[in-house]
Design a protein around this ligand. Structure first.
Ligand code: DGT
Ligand code: CA
Ligand code: CA
Ligand code: ZN
Length: 634
């Protein structure tokens, strides 16, 4: 717990009277992600100002709680029933109330005036922390990347106390990395939050029939550049006006600066660029195919159209003349469609799912009638990777299990961390045994309730059981974290590797091989170990890894956390070709992370997986039989 947050801001007047001028229903409610960004930013700005660590930490912890809250925080405050959030004391509670009431926070705005907003960009430089950045700003007035670079090149940074020549060199290297970095892309969850809010806004414009997300988000690409939104309406001007008037929009006209009667690009406040296209009523299929892309897939569709004597654009098919040019005027023959299925059908193709539209063989497969019948979210019968507060998860075991049951799962595998991962409060053998007792008691209750016909609404028809698993650490020396006798007592063993990630390939492979060959290890979690944009993949001999997984019958996880998405889509396909089977898991630590499986299923589909390729689509008995008897064990 924080040393009380009440006294965080002694220099700040107590909010006896909150500003109420603009309070009420006309003030847009901020989403949890937006609230979290504000509190993270406060933490950064306080750190740049050289504030005390406990105060900075309090804001960051609050931001983290808000970001992971399963309920809508601002709505709770506005309705007078604020959620109970870990790390939120009186000072932050009052700030949340102000944000819920007014959509603004005067404290945040004041900080922004004190700390130049551009200063925060310095924090993007690897090797330059907030403390140093703050020192540089106070001593040399540096508040932008350009100023930082100039001063570093002139050797002026080292004139600041505590900054050595070596630090200066490291900062210059960091600057090179920042400059070489491609523009920041969003995580799927961030894109979804923003899309949900913007869709709600746009759906309120007069004349709107439907609002649809297209582009890379619809294809479930692992990161999202900009948002693409289609609106079916007979009043396009109203839609565009409503967007432009929104408080969420920072600037009209994005990098491309496109505009017009039917499309617009806007820069969202503290957010990405959004491309909006309106479409006339009844033309959804035509537009959706075009704006879902990918660009490479669209090129292939246009070629196919041309072969059939048509030109294809966002406006539909137009018949080509003898000269190979689209016919114009009275002779023009145009074909548009209400559904995507009709568009593909016109091209002589079966419907191709958005996740496949990358020109990675889907057109050829479609022509040959060999498109996979893709796995779907509804196929999942259980989740094989979840954490309770016994290790680093947020809630007690029974809270997780009850929630899994209400989701309609037939099973949940509880996989708290193992003993050597002390940073995550890994379980020693004694605590493993205690967990087993609790799980058995829970399952007895479930069985009793099911027998009495008292299972909650929405429960799986086959009933629900909590399975005892663990996320067992593969130690740096290659040994497994629990001995065989203990491992044999789990229902499911998930193995993973969080430490010693920089070891040479041979050593990493040896560690994984030990796990793959263990008769007790059923699943390898997040095999590549990457965190998108933050942490690279492990250096593995991937083909050998897939082969060994297939031979030993070890399942490979598709981790649905949008920070991981691991295995990635190309690796899934390669592993599939090698004969591997998979699981799709949430790796949930917080209640709102159950839905990570949505991204996991999107990824599995991008890897061309069918239901039969994903082991946790099996009913409970079949799943238990599969993990109970490792087919290729050696
Ligand atoms: P992103 O935004 O980088 O994550 O990826 P996408 O696929 O969403 O790309 P984006 O936003 O540029 O375009 C969305 C889709 O719209 C794209 O997949 C194909 C289609 N599209 C629309 N206009 C154009 C265009 O002028 N050029 C290209 N290449 N594609 C376009
Ligand atoms: Ca896009
Ligand atoms: Ca776009
Ligand atoms: Zn985990």
């Amino acid at each position: 717990m924080a040393p009380e947050t009440d006294a965080l801001d002694p220099d700040e007047p107590p909010y006896e009277v909150r500003p109420r001028a603009s309070r009420g229903d006309d003030v847009p409610l901020l989403g949890n992600d937006e609230l979290a960004v504000i509190f993270f930013e406060i933490g950064d700005m306080l750190e740049l100002q050289g504030e005390l660590p406990f105060k900075i930490g309090a804001y960051r912890r609050a931001a983290d709680s808000i970001a992971h809250s399963a309920t809508d925080v601002a709505a709770g405050y506005r309705s007078g029933a604020p959620p109970d959030l870990a790390g939120v004391g009186k000072a932050i509670d009052e700030k949340l109330a102000e944000l819920a009431d007014t959509g603004r926070l005067r404290y945040h705005e004041r900080l922004r005036r004190q700390v130049p907003p551009s200063l925060v960009t310095l924090l993007s430089v690897p090797g330059l922390g907030p403390r140093t950045a703050g020192d540089l700003w106070r001593a040399l007035g540096i508040s932008s990347l350009d100023e930082l670079e100039a001063a570093a090149r002139e050797g002026r940074l080292r004139t600041v106390r505590g900054i050595s020549e070596r630090t200066e060199k490291r900062i210059l290297e960091g600057l090179d990395q920042v400059r070489a970095r491609p523009a920041k892309r969003m995580r799927l969850g961030e894109a979804q939050d923003i899309l949900a809010r913007m869709s709600l806004l746009l759906a309120g414009a007069p004349g709107v029939r439907e609002v649809l997300a297209a582009g890379s988000f619809r294809r479930r690409k692992e990161t999202i550049g900009d948002l693409d939104v289609l609106v079916e309406t007979d009043q396009p001007a109203e839609v565009i006006e409503r967007l432009h008037a929104s408080a969420a929009v920072e600037k009209v006209g994005g990098h491309g600066g496109r505009g017009g009667q039917h499309r617009t690009t806007v820069q969202l406040l503290r957010g990405p660029q959004l491309d909006l296209m309106t479409m006339p009523v009844g033309l959804t299929g035509t537009y959706l195919v075009h704006f879902t892309g990918s660009a490479a897939h669209n090129v292939r569709l246009r070629e196919r159209a041309r072969d059939l004597g048509w030109s294809l654009s966002e406006h539909g098919f137009v018949r080509l003349g003898d000269d190979g040019e689209p016919l114009t005027g009275d002779a023009a023959e145009r074909r548009t469609f209400a559904t995507e299925t009709e568009v593909y059908d016109f091209l002589g193709l079966p419907y191709i799912a958005p996740e496949l539209r990358e020109d990675r063989g889907e057109i050829e497969a479609a022509l040959a009638g060999r498109l996979p019948s893709l796995v779907e979210l509804e196929d999942l019968q259980g989740d094989c990777h979840t954490h309770s507060n016994w290790s680093d998860g947020s809630k007690p075991i029974n809270v997780w299990a009850d929630a899994a049951r209400r989701r309609g799962y037939a099973y949940q595998v509880l996989t708290d961390h193992s003993v050597s991962l002390t940073i995550a409060n890994g379980l020693d053998p004694r605590r493993v045994e205690q967990q087993r007792v609790i799980i058995a008691e829970l399952n007895e209750r479930y069985a009793r309730e099911e027998a009495a016909g008292e299972a909650p609404e929405g429960s799986n028809p086959s009933g629900f059981r909590l399975l005892h698993g663990c996320e067992m650490e593969i130690r740096t020396d290659g040994r497994l974290d629990y001995d065989d006798a203990l491992l044999a007592r789990f229902d499911v063993v998930v193995a993973s590797l969080h430490v010693g990630r920089k070891q040479p390939r041979a050593q990493l492979m040896a560690r994984y091989m030990t796990a793959l060959r263990s008769p007790h290890v059923d699943i390898i979690a997040h095999p590549s170990g990457r965190k998108i944009g933050m942490r690279d993949d492990l250096d593995l001999d991937w083909d050998a890894f897939y082969r060994a997984a297939a031979e030993t019958g070890t399942l490979l996880e598709i981790n649905g956390s949008d920070e991981r998405l691991d295995l990635d889509d190309r690796r899934i396909r390669a592993a599939l070709d090698a004969g591997v089977r998979f699981t799709v898991d949430s790796d949930a630590h917080y209640m709102n992370e159950w839905d990570n499986v949505v991204w996991g299923i999107g990824l599995a589909r991008r890897g061309w997986l069918e239901k039969k390729d994903v082991a946790n689509t099996l009913p409970r008995d079949a799943f238990l039989a599969l993990v109970g008897e490792k087919p290729g064990r050696t």
